[in-house]
Design a protein around this ligand. Structure first.
Ligand SMILES: Cc1cc2nc3c(=O)[nH]c(=O)nc-3n(C[C@H](O)[C@H](O)[C@H](O)COP(=O)(O)OP(=O)(O)OC[C@H]3O[C@@H](n4cnc5c(N)ncnc54)[C@H](O)[C@@H]3O)c2cc1C
Length: 305
């Protein structure tokens, strides 16, 4: 394992300035359940690890305001799973977060870390995407203050941008978050009822392995059905049925299968250590049926009030 500097900034501008100073050699750290494993295996060789857990301006809370829930970057999955409004408005997210790793992992791992790792198999990403979540990214403003050695100093000038999660991922381990940028939170709009959603995942060994496939489904008030499939391509894949047919509980199963298959045809699963491509495709349909039925049932229950 290559040695690296461990840095513990206490302000956001200090954190950003450190990220700028080390450029591509810097890696931000939250729970470390992805990053430390990768460093240990030699898959990541940073010059500096910048610990975000001591930056007070990065929220460690879940805020509910004006039809929007904001999850701060320091919120761990164990707290997310227990949160009343998260469970009420976003059951698919609560379900996904509750099966990430083991309780020890969830006590440490954050929602933002799960996103920023940019794994196509990340469990919380499909639900976040069907709920229309976005991430808040901060970086240095264009005016960079430098010290006498020409190193960037905390300038206090911080710019913020909001990126819809469906535009965040570029490929395995890659996102639009720049080397000197940090994700500070996730915003999730509260769905307009009647709304139904569900999450599904197939894995070899719970607690220690990633998904063979995972997915989330949401049916909104207008009858639009959104699926996001994970581990079924280089990044999570969002597909929609806007015809209202998948949302309908009156159609025959064969018609649902036909529509579902046309959405699954937009994925590009591969064969790897976890599964063959063919098995993945078959399981996308099997789990697709399950989560669709659950989302329909939850939407019907919401209609009944
Ligand atoms: C035993 C085990 C089981 C696991 N099981 C699952 C599972 O079932 N499902 C699943 O999805 N994952 C699983 N994981 C992976 C991991 O636990 C999750 O992805 C977790 O949510 C990562 O969060 P973290 O806070 O630990 O992130 P970290 O490891 O701290 O960071 C993850 C990545 O994000 C970057 N990063 C961190 N903070 C920021 C920031 N503020 N801005 C930009 N980039 C940032 C880091 O540099 C790193 O590349 C498992 C891991 C282990 C070790």
């Amino acid at each position: 394992m290559k040695s690296f500097q461990y840095l513990r900034p206490e302000t956001l501008s200090e954190a950003i300035s450190l990220m700028e100073r080390f450029g591509a050699g810097a890696r931000p750290l939250l729970g470390g359940t992805d990053l430390m494993v990768r460093i240990q295996k030699g898959q990541a060789e940073p010059d500096a690890v910048v610990d975000m857990k001591w930056v007070g301006e990065i929220p460690a809370s879940i805020e509910v305001e004006d039809g929007m829930i904001t999850v701060g970057a320091r919120v761990v999955l164990a707290d997310l799973v227990c949160h009343k409004q998260i469970r009420e408005y976003y059951p698919a997210l609560a379900e996904a977060a509750s099966i990430v790793g083991s309780i020890q992992i969830r006590n440490r791992a954050t929602l933002v870390g799960n996103i920023c790792n940019a794994s196509p198999a990340a469990d919380t990403v499909p639900p976040l995407m069907v709920y229309g979540a976005s991430v808040t990214i901060v970086g240095a403003g264009s005016t960079v203050v430098r010290d006498t050695a020409n190193r960037p100093m905390p300038s206090g000038s911080i710019v913020t941008r909001e990126v819809p999660l469906q535009d965040f991922f570029l490929g395995p381990g890659k996102s639009v978050c720049g080397p000197a940028e940090l994700v500070v939170g996730v915003k999730i709009p509260v769905p307009t009822p009647p709304f139904g959603s569900a999450f599904g995942r197939l894995t070899r060994r719970r607690g220690v392995d990633l998904a063979i496939i995972n997915m989330a489904c949401a049916i909104d008030a207008a009858g639009v059905t959104t699926f996001v499939f994970g581990a079924a391509g280089p990044k999570p894949i969002l597909v929609r049925d806007e015809s209202g047919q998948l949302a309908s509980t009156d159609l025959p199963e064969s018609k649902h299968d036909e529509l579902l298959q046309s959405l699954i045809d937009k994925t590009s699963p591969i064969s790897d250590v976890r599964s063959g491509e063919e098995y993945r495709r078959a399981m996308l349909l099997t789990f697709g049926r399950r989560v669709l039925h659950q989302a329909q049932a939850r939407r019907s229950a919401a209609k009944m009030g």
